[in-house]
Design a protein around this ligand. Structure first.
Ligand code: S3P
Length: 430
């Protein structure tokens, strides 16, 4: 799909951003492993999470979709999954693939996990290496750690692990937490920096035992989990595009309702405030450990900043759109310690720099990030973000502030995380 994005003069309105992608995946996973019914309200109905649903259906779990965004999972307990017929296809979803690898390693059946062209190129050694240390038997084609990977769970027993993670990754951490539920003893996972903690929070809320002390997580073999009713907060990674659009398009004001502000995810709010943004966080719903809030954001004059260190995992998926904001900020913005961007749905250092340069920004890549000088006027052009949903959405927001009209190729990739994205943008124009 190719779309044309005309320049926007002003944006105004209220947006209900869709449910959090990370929490939606985990809701299906823990719902399937729990005893009884789990009801997930405000579930993200987008391709990535639908792939997770399909995979659990293939393993014998009954999952109903009710109305627009309610999912009801009939859990069968920790040992209730059954051997799937055919391969399990995670599509484009790295979260599905990596979390499932840990879970499947602990099942008493064999399975094959695969994904689309993009996912089959993304590194899986980060989970395969520690899972093998636990005794899991995982085999990629020609002994390479890429999908498709066969998981020989039948007859395997998992040992506990004491593992120091080389990268701060919630996907790796979560994969190990899921595997350690089936291990012979308690496991310890040490993170180099704190990444999103939705797995820890959800496991506990389903009645599981897990303990976090700073960067170290202790997990235990789990006897039983219990189905829950969860209201999934809006995804701050999706809200990020509207936050940025409101900041950059003159005379704009957008209210974002019910956005998740878990501190392990809210780095973008800290960065934008440091850059001088007018952002108001109101009506914080703090029920449970996944707080959410209504956020009002207005057009603002921004100044450059430095984004580095332990802040990076708190905004890893938002860095491309923050880079766009930096092109309109006064002075220099430096993003460093972000080499993880290279192994996302695309090499997001290359793709961010490529798109923003093409549209007129002053931006250079570095081995672990980028350097942006602002402000630069942007000029509508043809942009080809490729098969990366977040790059399509970033390119669209760039189009709103560029002079003239911008053409975005591959626009259908928004379906991975935000099928209503273009309709919601159009509704804000005035
Ligand atoms: C995710 C974790 C992040 C993030 C991804 C979703 C998750 O990946 O980029 O979009 O749901 O656990 P890493 O933790 O591997 O950086």
């Amino acid at each position: 799909m190719v779309i044309s994005v005309p320049h926007a003069n002003r944006l105004q309105g209220t947006i209900h951003v869709p449910g959090d992608k990370s929490i939606s995946h985990r809701g299906v996973i823990f719902g399937a492993l729990a005893q009884g019914t789990t009801r997930l309200e405000n579930f993200l109905m987008a391709d990535d999470c639908i792939n997770t649903i399909k995979i659990f259906r293939q393993m014998g779990i009954e999952i109903d979709i009710k109305g627009h965004n309610t999912v009801v999972v009939q859990g069968k307990g920790i040992y209730g999954l059954s051997a799937p017929k055919g391969q399990l296809d995670a599509g484009n979803s790295g979260t599905t693939a990596r979390l499932l690898m840990g879970l499947l390693a602990g099942q008493d059946f064999d399975s094959i996990l695969t994904g689309d062209d993009s996912l089959r190129k993304r590194p899986m050694d980060r989970v395969v290496i520690p899972l093998r240390q636990m005794g899991a038997r995982l085999m990629g084609i020609e002994n390479k750690e890429f999908l498709p990977i066969t998981i020989l769970g039948k007859g395997a027993t998992l040992k506990s692990i004491d593992y120091t993670m080389p990268v701060a990754s919630a996907q790796v951490k979560s994969s190990l937490i899921l595997a350690s539920m089936y291990a012979d003893n308690s496991s310890h996972i040490h993170q180099p920096a704190i990444s999103r903690d939705h797995t820890e929070i959800m496991l506990e809320s389903f009645g599981g035992r897990i303990h976090t002390d700073g960067e170290t997580i202790t997990t235990y073999p789990q006897p039983e989990l219990y189905g829950q009713d969860l209201l999934i907060p809006g995804d701050i990674s999706s809200a990020a595009y509207f936050l940025t659009a409101a900041l950059l398009v003159p005379d704009s004001e957008i209210i974002l309702k019910n956005v998740g502000i878990n501190p392990t995810r809210s780095g973008i709010l800290d960065v934008y405030k440091a850059m001088g943004a007018s952002i108001n966080i109101e009506r914080i719903y703090s029920g449970g450990k996944e707080p959410s809030a209504d956020i009002t954001v207005k057009s603002s004059s921004l100044k450059g900043t430095v984004i580095e260190g332990s802040l990076i995992p708190r905004l890893i998926d938002e860095l491309p759109i923050i880079a766009l904001a930096a092109t309109q900020a006064e002075g220099t913005t430096i993003i460093k310690d972000a080499e993880e961007l290279k192994v996302k749905e695309s090499d997001r250092i290359d793709s961010t720099v490529g798109i923003l340069k093409k549209i007129g920004a002053n931006i250079e890549s570095t081995p672990d990030g980028m350097i942006i000088q602002g402000p630069s006027p942007l000029f509508g052009t043809q942009l080809r973000p490729g098969s990366d949903h977040r790059m399509v959405m970033m390119a669209t927001i760039a189009g709103l502030i560029a002079q003239g009209s911008t053409t975005i190729h591959d626009a259908n990739w928004v379906n991975i995380s935000y099928p209503d994205f273009f309709a919601q943008i159009e509704a804000l124009r005035c």
